[in-house]
Ligand binder design. Structure first.
Ligand SMILES: *Cc1c(COP(=O)(O)O)cnc(C)c1O
Length: 495
């Protein structure tokens, strides 16, 4: 495409420049400020807009465009975003969103994303300051969860990946470093344990690791949604007797259905007794430890061998920002460190540095997730984050109380944290259960609040997961009013 004269370099001629930087930084600066203002305006007026609305066909069609071989002015590209993407998000930043466990994001995190994008840091390794920011987060998370100084950790996309990496660490501990070269070929019939309320990414982690999801024993949960400890012990003893090799217990610190937290102290002592790795999936709940009122619920979490949690859920850091904390960072090195020549380390200089994240997890190229997390923690402070979690829980408790006072509603599970599951049963208690699915669809279409559908004993139920720091009592009231109004509509099951 470029035709250069002999001896001419591309940057000699403005017409033939090959850099993607702008010719005129002033025009770009103005455009950048406009984009920033638009986004801040959007965030400042969220509650005046619907939580969700379906994207119209023309917007979708725009994203079936031909390959953009020629350039487009950034102002025009931004206009497409502003008119066709921005209004049609999934709504998790909106105060009325309570459908799934998703964080609301923060302005500090958003601005940090811009800075991180400008720096375009690659946190695979080497000696540069962004690595120190990730190490700062590791040190802070050690402190938050009372882990020892030997503990390591790193950012991953989310708890799905963190749980997967934890399964690999546990395999390495049970089978030795050899498993990296030999695979699972030695015939050991490995078994992991979790409650039947465990998140779906845990069986998938077992599949991805090669042990297979049949090797994950789903132990029944008690009426509080916690793993049945006695049933767990019986299962381990039976598996041992039958020649299996138990290697891993996965406890939940906040189940996705009801927010239940397993008895982590009991799980630790069972893991000790049977020489098992004890991992905790704290994706949605673990950061609740930042809230003084909730901290006692997580007793025992400081004793686990590895902990997965998401800054992008209750921590409100913009997506994605999953984290894995590991009691002994040598388990990570044993599982991931490589001596590839192109990754050779120098004693000093840019290729130096004594902590290369690529030795501690599966990724080589890694973004600067640490910066938006550092900005969020530093800007708001842990106390404000804990207070917003306490407010979520207070709203959840209030919602549960209101449900128990309404004859047409039924609370389906105890409220441990910030998740409330209930059903519309009608004033006489005889409304058909399917009405709940219809109510939710109508609420989504109305756009004021967005709960989600789940199932209890095979029956559809309404789930409100209150995770967003922007959610207020008015949003909870709108949920109850909307459910009662829609539930009483005779036509709802017909349409
Ligand atoms: C969200 C969630 C996960 C998965 O985490 P991602 O960050 O979405 O990968 C795992 N476990 C629980 C309990 C969750 O709530």
């Amino acid at each position: 495409m470029l035709s250069l004269q002999d001896g001419e370099l591309p940057w000699d001629s403005p017409r033939q420049r090959t850099s993607l930087d702008p010719d005129d930084w002033q025009i770009l600066r103005k455009q950048g400020h406009q984009m920033l203002d638009d986004m801040l305006n959007h965030l400042a007026t969220l509650s005046e807009k619907p939580v969700w609305q379906p994207a119209p066909l023309p917007a979708r069609t725009l994203f079936d465009a031909p390959l953009p071989v020629e350039p487009t002015a950034m102002a025009d590209v931004h206009a497409i975003f502003r008119d066709n993407i921005l209004p049609y998000g999934s709504g998790n930043i909106h105060p009325g969103f309570m459908g799934w466990v998703q964080g609301g994001g923060t302005v500090a995190g958003m601005l940090a994303e811009m800075l991180a994008g400008g720096l375009n840091a690659n946190l695979g390794g080497r000696d540069h300051m962004p690595i120190e920011v990730e190490r700062q987060i590791i040190r802070w998370t050690r402190q938050i969860f009372s882990f020892p100084d030997t503990a390591g950790g790193l950012f991953l996309t989310g708890a799905s990946q963190a749980n997967f990496v934890a399964v690999l660490l546990a395999l390495g501990r049970k089978l030795g470093a050899d498993v990296r070269a030999k695979g699972l070929s030695n015939g050991a019939r490995l078994v992991a344990y979790a409650s039947n309320e465990v998140h779906g990414c845990v069986p998938r982690a077992c599949e991805m690791s090669g042990i297979g999801s049949d090797q994950l024993r789903r132990i029944p949960a008690n009426s509080a949604g916690q793993i049945d400890i006695a049933a767990l012990e019986r299962a381990i003893i039976r598996d041992n007797n039958e020649g299996h090799t138990p290697f891993l217990i996965i406890g939940s610190a906040g189940t996705v259905n009801t927010g239940a937290i397993d008895d982590l102290t009991a799980l630790r002592s069972i893991a000790n007794a049977h020489d098992l790795h004890f991992h905790v999936d704290g994706a949605l709940g673990a950061l609740g430890i930042l809230c003084d009122d909730l901290a006692h619920l997580f007793t025992g979490i400081q004793s686990c061998d590895s902990l997965a949690f998401d800054f992008h859920k209750w921590g409100q850091v913009p997506y994605d920002a999953g984290f894995l904390l590991v009691r002994d960072s040598t388990w990570q090195r044993q599982t991931f460190a490589s001596d590839a020549a192109y990754l050779s380390r120098a004693a000093s200089g840019l290729a130096g540095g004594d902590w290369w994240p690529c030795d501690y997890g599966p990724d080589l190229s890694r973004g600067f997730r640490a910066l938006k997390t550092w900005f969020t923690l530093k800007t708001y402070g842990l106390k404000a984050l804990g207070d917003s979690m306490a407010a979520n829980c207070a709203l959840a408790r209030g919602l549960a109380g209101r449900i128990e006072r309404e004859p047409a509603l039924r609370l389906l599970a105890p409220v441990a944290l910030n998740i409330v599951c209930f059903a519309y049963v009608g004033p006489g208690g005889d409304a058909p259960p399917q009405v709940n699915a219809r109510i939710i669809e109508h609420l989504h279409a109305e756009g004021r609040v967005a709960p989600s559908l789940t199932h209890f004993n095979g029956q559809p139920a309404i789930r409100a997961a209150i995770v967003n720091h922007r959610t207020q009592q008015a949003d909870i009231d709108a949920l109850i009013d909307g459910v009662l109004k829609l539930g009483s509509r005779q036509d709802l099951l017909q349409c």
